[in-house]
Design a protein around this ligand. Structure first.
Ligand code: WQD
Length: 337
């Protein structure tokens, strides 16, 4: 069965390609290589024994998208990762984000709607909940006005898919990720942040390896037990496996609605200081860090209620924070050696 993975060479995309191939799916990975490298294909091959078919396509080019799907009318589903994801950059350059994350989505949906097997999985984000009133966050928590163009593209994306599914053959699953971290345990693939990382875990591993002088902890005056902000950090391999389960649900027509939404997290919140302490434990390296002021736009806490994913999808995150951080550290050491 042929599955298209857009952004297939990116961080979450590449891990999902591995899990799809492990389950016997035939994958076509699409990527414009704006934030990834073709060498990822070799990493995937070393893990799975198979190189996925790859096409370098820019999904903002409507004609290229149409041409691709004309040539591949037999695809059974699309998992759509291709998007830009840096919150700060989206504030600086909103139109880039609307073009990358919205135009591309529209073109893919237009082509997909014409296919007999119109199954679609979308990378959404817990950012749609803003600062939710209740923890852990359930899928029916209200969607809050977005604080960044990036967050807005995820909300609009969900709406575009929902509106489209009503009037086409498209069946979709929206996956709201909490904070994906880590790398494949083989350290053959992982996260490749461009420039200075904005996210906590790559900044930690780059500091530990000596690329950054010190980690700034953004705020210790939050109303949390240790004063630092709380997030739900989920191992990228667990996250990747959830995509395969979601796809199987659509392929087996087990979905009860045309568009279903699931939180993907562990259900456990960890503070920034807990992440640092756990990293120090698994790596054996003390981390140079200092407390600074809060980062604009950050929320106090977000962690998932995972009941719906556990019971309806039959999926559960299995890795611990220790395992996820150990894999991130192994990857950092591997790419710097
Ligand atoms: C985690 C915590 C920071 C860096 C972002 C996106 C969200 C999403 C996941 C998609 C926060 C603190 C961080 C640093 C720090 N989805 N921190 N020092 O902000 O929860 O979510 O990534 O792509 O949409 O907004 O993740 O990793 O940036 O931060 O103290 O140098 O670590 O303040 O509390 P965040 P993050």
């Amino acid at each position: 069965m042929k599955i298209v993975v857009t952004g297939g060479l990116g961080f979450i995309g590449s891990h999902t390609v591995v899990e799809l191939q492990n389950q016997g799916f035939e994958v076509i990975a699409l990527d414009n290589l704006s934030n990834s490298s073709v060498t990822v294909l070799e990493g995937i091959e070393r893990i799975t024994g198979k190189k996925p078919v790859f096409e370098q396509i820019d999904l903002r080019e409507k004609a290229a998208v149409q041409d691709f799907f004309q040539r591949h009318k037999d695809v059974s589903g699309v998992i759509h990762f291709a998007a830009s994801k840096a919150v700060g950059e989206s504030v600086e350059n909103p139109l880039l984000y609307y073009e990358n994350n919205i135009n591309a989505l529209v073109y893919v949906l237009q082509s997909l709607a014409a296919l007999p097997q119109a199954h679609f999985i979308f990378s959404s984000s817990c950012t749609v909940y803003g600062q939710a009133k209740q923890m852990p966050i359930t899928e029916d928590a209200s969607v809050q006005p977005a604080i960044s163009p990036y967050g807005n593209t995820k909300q609009i994306g969900e709406e575009i898919i929902t509106d489209t599914a009503k009037v086409t053959g498209i069946n979709a699953i929206l996956l709201r990720y909490f904070n994906p971290i880590g790398s494949h345990p083989t350290a053959e693939i992982g996260e490749l942040p461009l420039g200075v990382p904005q996210n906590l875990v790559p900044f930690i591993t780059q500091t530990a390896i000596g690329l950054r002088e010190k980690l700034s902890v953004f705020g210790d005056d939050y109303p949390t037990p240790d004063g630092t902000a709380i997030r739900d950090y989920i191992h990228v391999v667990d996250l990747a496996k959830a995509h395969v389960v979601a796809l199987q649900r659509l392929l087996q027509q087990k979905n009860t609605e045309k568009v279903e939404t699931f939180n993907l997290g562990t259900g456990t919140g960890s503070s920034v200081l807990e992440v640092i302490k756990t990293f120090e434990k698994v790596s054996g390296k003390p981390l140079n860090y200092q407390i600074v002021g809060r980062r604009e736009g950050d929320i106090t806490e977000a962690y998932a209620n995972t009941d719906k994913a556990n019971t309806v999808l039959g999926w559960k995150a299995e890795s611990t924070l220790e395992e996820a951080l150990a894999s991130a550290w192994k990857w950092e050491q591997r790419i710097r050696s």
